[in-house]
Design a protein around this ligand. Structure first.
Ligand code: AMP
Length: 211
């Protein structure tokens, strides 16, 4: 008699057999590119868990934790919070949802070591980054958007031109090299980030649906 293979298959093999690939989107781009706005639409459209390291850090600041105090000083200067801290935050969040069709990463990764750590974390969950969507907006437009946002957002890092300049420089120096990392894996998709919000959403959605 042939017994069903499932009786004898090790747990790991069963997990692999029933594994349905998750949709994990990295929403990328310079400060002011519209990542936060578009991440909310994409999370809703594809039913994804939205993970924004910027939002998580601001929650720590609001809760006046030690980590929040440390992050506040760095964010005010327009610099990056250490990799180990943001990686640990994402690691914690990936443990939480027992079932999800995937994640949208917004503002993470921001350095090549963070991108490598994300691959490693997802690999542990038997998953991977599906695509990196890079919103492209030129520098003059970014500065204009951030200064306008600063009038209403209450974000200290949007308020001053000098901080905005630092954030854009940090992006070019430390964050933009990630493009090559994903390009070499065939996952980099540049998307025009100017125009109506709905138009940009449609471009992003179309790219994801074509995957
Ligand atoms: P955001 O809301 O994504 O614009 O992030 C606001 C600020 O939080 C950034 O300018 C950084 O100082 C800090 N931050 C957010 N995400 C990260 C990250 N992945 N790595 C390092 N710093 C981060």
């Amino acid at each position: 008699m042939i017994e069903p293979i499932i009786e004898y298959a090790p747990r790991k093999m069963i997990n692999e057999l029933i594994h349905i690939e998750m949709l994990n989107l990295v929403l990328f781009g310079p400060p002011g590119a519209g990542k936060g706005t578009q991440a909310l639409f994409l999370a809703q459209t594809f039913n994804l868990v939205h993970l924004s390291t910027g939002d998580l850090l601001r929650q720590e600041i609001a809760a006046r934790t030690d980590l929040g105090r440390m992050a506040d000083e760095i964010i005010r200067k327009g610099e990056l919070v250490p990799d180990s801290i943001v990686i640990a935050m994402i690691e914690e969040k990936l443990k939480k949802p027992k079932t999800t069709v995937g994640f949208i990463f917004d503002g993470f990764p921001r350095t090549v070591p963070q991108a490598k750590a994300l691959d490693e974390l997802l690999r542990k969950h038997n998953s991977k980054v599906s695509v990196m969507l890079c919103l492209e907006v030129d520098k003059a437009e970014l500065i204009d958007r951030l200064l306008k946002r600063g009038l209403t957002s209450g974000r200290c890092d949007d308020a001053e031109a000098a901080t905005i300049e630092t954030r854009i420089n940090v992006y070019n120096e430390k964050t933009a090299p990630i493009i090559k990392y994903y390009e070499s894996q065939g996952k980099y998709h540049p998307i025009k980030g100017v125009g109506d919000i709905e138009e940009i959403t449609a471009r992003l959605k179309e790219t994801v649906e074509k995957l």
